[in-house]
Design a protein around this ligand. Structure first.
Ligand code: GLC
Length: 505
């Protein structure tokens, strides 16, 4: 047995004792997390009209999970939140918000979901309406929203290090921080990020709105004025500390006239603070292995049940139950989604041995086109002019191919969801479609693509995909497996946002 060596211990001095105590205390002191407030006009699952809500409903969760930041979200309290969500809200407090000569009630409600705190701004006059947007006073409604966000911060004792605003509805936040709130010390350290989800929607108003509604002094007109009117998106691009958009390719595209809807000069002038970060999707919610909306569940390793999803949807939609390729299309029926290409060659697509299912609403002209095509080709074409999450998921799971011929696409989420559900995308190479879908080659790939905005180029690729499905089922299955194996989770992009915030704080 080893002999124990006895050491004579000296009693610690008072100085050493204090030093030790201090070092223990400093180890115990946890540095408070930096605070991020994400502001947007919609957020899934509470309120949703489009992809913006998906992003606001999933990015903050991914960021929070990384542990570096305390991430919270703020959005208006519209009418019509599902009762099971509404029941989770608690009232926090109320105060008044000044908006030019108006003095307006503002209530704050709160809920916590997936580890993230969500605040809802309540003012029934502005937000308790049939829809979210499209009212004569949208400028005033979202000016109120922007001001309420800033006024809320000291009330909640949550002054963020970074205020992350999204699209024109929150564009006035960075503007107010440089104007009306510029001299208030409690707001002095807030940095701002402004994310453009679609540059087409800018929030343009007559000059008279500046003082009478926004309450911003005329001396700041230059900050917001563009091309003869007040342009909120311009104001945010100019005043935000960083500007981002939802894919690297779209970040380049919006420097160009073809994509920028008039704002190319402003974007180019501010290109030094612009970056493009590709969106992800919520891979927990969009998971064919567990999705309760599907007729049967399946996964990349066990794809057999996908055939059940297809057969059941065929029955449900009165389509013949047979093994022909099914093309899915779930979209807002707007011009930039490339619907004109389908209009051009719709008849030719119908000559192929396939089935085509559309789900979407939008411009009357496009709705009428699809409804007519469906009545002319029953048994081949189904047009559901509505929007329904449950049906969308059934279509993603049942279809073999997913068409997305967008003229421009800042990011696009449908192509990612389609991949996950094994509906192989056919996309035009633009914006986020270009960044997320690589054409099949010997080296890999996860979709079919075409470059030019041309109906026959699209038709050629559709025919190629349909042919592959029928003539080379083994290859098609490999392609489907490749699409399903694409990683569209938020991990990497959330890290890039985290880096962006860190560069500011
Ligand atoms: C907008 C864009 C779409 C993007 C979404 C989320 O809806 O049009 O491309 O995916 O925002 O960023």
């Amino acid at each position: 047995m080893a002999q124990e060596v006895k050491k004579t211990k000296k009693a610690p001095t008072a100085k050493a004792k204090t030093a030790k105590k201090e070092s223990i205390l400093s180890e115990m002191t946890i540095t408070p997390k930096k605070r991020i407030l994400v502001a947007a006009s919609e957020c899934a699952p509470f309120f949703q009209t489009g992809g913006l809500a998906d992003v606001i409903g999933s990015l903050p969760i991914a960021l929070q999970a990384q542990g570096e930041y305390d991430v919270r979200v703020v959005c208006p309290l519209y009418q019509g939140m599902k009762s099971e969500l509404r029941e989770t809200l608690t009232f926090v407090e109320s105060f008044n918000v000044p908006l030019s000569w108006r003095n307006l009630y503002c209530g704050i409600f709160k809920t916590v979901k997936d580890g993230v705190v969500y605040y809802f701004i309540d003012n029934e006059y502005y937000f308790k309406r049939g829809g979210f947007y499209g009212y004569y006073d949208d400028g005033e409604r979202f000016a109120f929203f922007a001001k309420a966000i800033l006024e809320m911060m000291p009330h909640l004792d949550f002054i963020p290090d970074v205020l992350h605003c999204n699209d024109w509805q929150t564009a006035l936040c960075p503007v107010y921080l440089k104007t009306n709130y510029g001299a208030r010390p409690e707001f002095g350290n807030i940095k701002t990020v402004f994310t453009i989800h679609n540059i087409e929607y800018q929030g343009k108003y007559d000059d008279s709105i500046m003082e009478d509604v926004f309450g911003i002094d005329k001396s700041y007109t230059e900050m917001l004025d563009y091309d003869g009117c007040i342009n909120l998106m311009k104001g945010a691009i100019v005043t935000a500390d960083r500007v981002s958009t939802v894919s690297p390719t779209y970040a380049n595209e919006i420097c160009d006239r073809y994509f920028a809807h008039g704002l190319e000069h402003i974007v180019k002038e501010n290109a030094y603070k612009l970056s493009g970060i590709l969106n992800g999707i919520n891979v927990v919610s969009y998971n064919p292995e567990t999705d309760p909306a599907l007729f049967a569940n399946y996964s990349v390793c066990a794809q057999e049940n996908k055939a059940i999803c297809k057969a059941e949807l065929q029955k449900m939609l009165n389509l013949p139950v047979k093994n022909v390729p099914m093309i899915g299309l779930i979209t807002r029926l707007a011009a930039h989604k490339g619907i004109d290409l389908i209009k051009c060659v719709g008849e030719e697509i119908m000559q192929e041995d396939l089935q085509f299912v559309l789900l979407g609403t939008g411009e009357r002209e496009y709705e009428a086109f699809f409804t007519d095509l469906a009545s002319k080709y029953p048994g081949k074409m189904v047009a559901i002019t509505a929007f329904n999450q449950d049906m969308a998921r059934k279509i993603y799971s049942a279809s073999d191919l997913y068409l997305m011929p967008s003229k421009s696409e800042p990011c696009g989420l449908s192509q990612m969801i389609a991949c996950r559900y094994g509906s192989v995308p056919i996309v035009r190479e633009t914006g986020g479609l270009y960044d997320s879908i690589q054409p099949f080659t010997e080296k890999g790939g996860n979709g079919y693509t075409f470059a030019r905005y041309n109906a026959h180029d699209m038709l050629y690729v559709i025919k190629m995909a349909v042919n592959e499905y029928k003539e080379n089922p083994e290859i098609f299955k490999e392609h489907r497996t490749a699409a399903m194996s694409s990683d569209f989770s938020w991990g990497r992009s959330a890290t890039t946002y985290a880096d962006l915030y860190r560069s500011l704080i």
